[in-house]
Write a protein that binds this ligand. Structure first.
Ligand code: ADP
Length: 625
């Protein structure tokens, strides 16, 4: 293979620049990241070899070794993991998997540069090597493939060439920067391995020089030492593990930089034996922050300390995908393919058990430290809500964990759904809610006027997902969830006289307006002249607009125009109609009433220019009086 130079994807160059400049004070984490990668690579080949021993090339003495060359000023990490072939190398270390990199970079430009948490959420992995090295060489070989060599200075490009490795595995050599000499010191490397990677189950070794012998007969000998204790942290009992150890282990499995919010460590006994060490992160990882990313949950499944996979979808439901950690099962079969294991019914039992633990933990957090819970909720509430749609069994438990703003809270303040339901009077059978684009619209919405007057609380659903998932709750603690902008409202017996009076007028309005399903008098309005009401299970207008903006074809829903018979504007138009049904101002006035309903709910009027000129004409005639 002839040497060739390739350009990094543009975003990657930018990212590299950012990492090397903004994470400076955290640069020691490069070692953790590289060890993590080696560890993953070993786990991969070990698992594959369970069903195909030939892949091992006779080498299964798992090891990650560090070596230092002080003359060349290099630190090298070598593993006998799965290795990479040329394509994998280009794919893994020359492009970037994260889909939202551009958006992330834009965010960093906007002043988040000094916030290492943010870049931590991105998961910098391998590239963190460039914080301490001005050149990195990766030599790697996959079973049955040619060895390849990758070199880069972490600027715009990388070089590929034929490699010299004869054994399967990967060797990463860091040509250390002048100010990174410390990473050639034995004590420093020892300290970092202890701090970040002590629990890694494969030995992390280093050649060290020791003086042996008595006074007169001293000699220097080179020996290989293992730097980590390799104690699988999840197998230890809770009181033997310190907070720091938990935190470091969490960072190892999650690639997060911040400490976790909650640690769940327990042993399940009985029918299904397993150990679980789970973490609830404090911060949303980058791809979740961008609203997309990987929608699957990834828990690391081990069977008696052997890593099996982090791809088992039935181990944790997707709406709990923020949970990270390890499950180590006692009695799952080891020597079967991933596909067969995936079907094992024991996995479902494990899932039920851990899901129930996670709910217990969240519930306890909510009860004992609401502030902390709300911080969790701000990060992951949106993901959790997805479960209302997908996990029928746990719907009530999810509902117990929900919070919303409401007509009785200040902006940004949240109320627990559980509390709202508990505080409703016996005779109040409905939990009222309004879904709206933002608080301002909800607060001033015509739909809540009547309830405000009656001092009834209306929850504000300001998260677009609410509209899709809330209806799945249906009933909660014996109360029905009711959207105030949909379906009937109140008792219209009260409007008997008005109905008689407005009969002809309503018919006229219906005839004049297209795209309106029905025209009726309203019991919900107090101050506004008109509103548009959807059917019980229809989509709210701001959601419809949002989906259209996202390029989805949504059929236009026809809604019901409700008029407030006590509003002077409605009374005036009605009187105008009664006096002279052919008055040419009538048509415009009726359209104006409909447009006002649109504006009040936060929607766009269909013909803004016509609307504006009508208002202007009214102002002119009114102010000229
Ligand atoms: P991440 O580990 O979060 O996926 P990295 O940038 O650290 O991101 O690594 C990118 C990919 O490169 C890894 O997913 C893996 O496929 C590959 N890789 C990195 N280091 C090694 C290694 N030591 N052995 C084999 N593959 C590796």
């Amino acid at each position: 293979m002839a040497e060739k130079t390739m350009e990094f994807k543009t975003e990657l160059s930018q990212l590299l620049h950012l990492i090397t400049h903004s994470l400076y004070s955290h640069r020691e984490i490069f070692l953790r990241e590289l060890i993590s990668n080696s560890c993953d690579a070993i786990d991969k080949i070990r698992f594959a070899a369970l069903t195909d021993a030939d892949l091992l090339d006779g080498d299964n003495d798992w090891k990650i070794s560090l070596s230092v060359d002080k003359d060349a000023k290099t630190l090298t990490l070598t593993d006998n993991g799965v290795g990479m072939d040329e394509d994998a190398l280009v794919e893994n270390l020359g492009t970037i998997a994260h889909s939202g990199t551009k958006a992330f970079l834009a965010q960093m430009e906007e002043g988040a540069k000094d916030n290492p948490d943010l870049i931590g959420q991105f998961g910098v992995g391998f590239y963190s090597a460039f914080m301490v090295a001005d050149r990195v060489t990766v030599e790697t070989k996959q079973h049955g493939k040619d060895a390849v060599k990758w070199t880069s200075e972490g600027t715009g490009s990388f070089t590929l060439d034929a490699g010299t490795l004869e054994q399967r595995g990967t060797s990463v050599t860091l040509h250390l920067k002048d100010d990174a000499d410390e990473y050639m010191e034995e004590y420093r490397l020892r300290e970092l391995v202890k701090k970040f990677s002590d629990f890694v189950e494969h030995p992390i070794t280093m050649m060290v020089t020791r003086t042996e012998g008595e006074e007169d007969d001293k000699k220097e000998v080179e020996t290989e030492e293992t730097l980590n204790t390799q104690k699988a942290i999840w197998l230890r009992s809770k009181n033997e593990v310190s907070q720091e150890e938990y935190s470091e282990f969490y960072k190892h499995v999650s690639h997060d930089f911040t400490d976790p919010a909650e640690i769940i460590h327990y042993t399940a006994e009985g029918a299904m034996e397993f150990k679980a060490l789970l973490f609830i992160p404090a911060k949303k990882p980058f791809d979740m922050m961008m609203g997309g990313g990987d929608q699957k949950a990834h828990l690391n499944l081990y069977v008696q300390r052997v890593f099996i996979s982090n791809e088992f979808e039935n181990l944790l439901p997707t709406y709990l995908r923020f949970v990270k950690g390890v499950i180590d099962a006692a009695d799952l079969p080891l020597n079967v393919s991933r596909e067969i294991l995936q079907e094992n019914p024991q996995l479902d039992q494990i899932r039920r058990n851990i899901v129930s633990r996670i709910f217990k933990t969240l519930k306890a957090m909510k009860k004992s430290d609401e502030k902390k819970y709300l911080e969790f909720y701000a990060e992951f509430g949106q993901v959790l809500k997805e479960g209302l749609q997908s996990d029928f069994e746990n719907r009530e438990k999810i509902a117990d964990l929900l919070y919303f703003e409401s007509s009785t809270t200040k902006t940004g303040e949240l109320r627990s759904l559980e509390k709202v339901a508990a505080e409703l009077g016996e005779d109040q059978k409905e939990i009222l809610y309004l879904s709206a684009e933002h608080r301002g619209i909800a607060e001033n919405s015509p739909f809540i006027e009547g309830y405000k007057a009656d001092k009834q609380e209306v929850l504000f659903m300001l998260d677009p997902i609410d509209e899709f998932v809330l209806p799945h709750i249906g009933e909660y603690k014996g109360k029905t969830l009711k959207a105030v902008n949909k379906g009937a409202a109140g008792d219209d017996e009260a409007l008997k006289d008005e109905k008689e009076k407005f009969k002809g007028f309503l018919g006229f309005v219906q005839e004049k307006l297209s795209g309106v399903k029905e025209v009726r008098l309203s019991t919900r309005l107090k101050e506004s002249p008109a509103c548009l009401v959807g059917e019980e299970h229809s989509m709210s207008p701001h959601i419809e607009a949002m989906m259209r903006r996202a390029g989805q074809s949504v059929p236009k829903t026809e809604r019901i125009l409700e008029l407030n018979p006590t509003h002077p504007a409605v009374e005036a138009v009605q009187a105008m109609y009664e006096a002279d049904g052919s008055n040419e101002k009538l048509g415009e006035s009726v359209e104006l009433l409909r447009d006002l309903a649109h504006v009040a709910e936060g929607s766009k009027v269909e013909q803004p220019a016509a609307f504006a000129s009508r208002i202007a004409a009214l102002m002119a005639s009114d102010l000229a009086k």
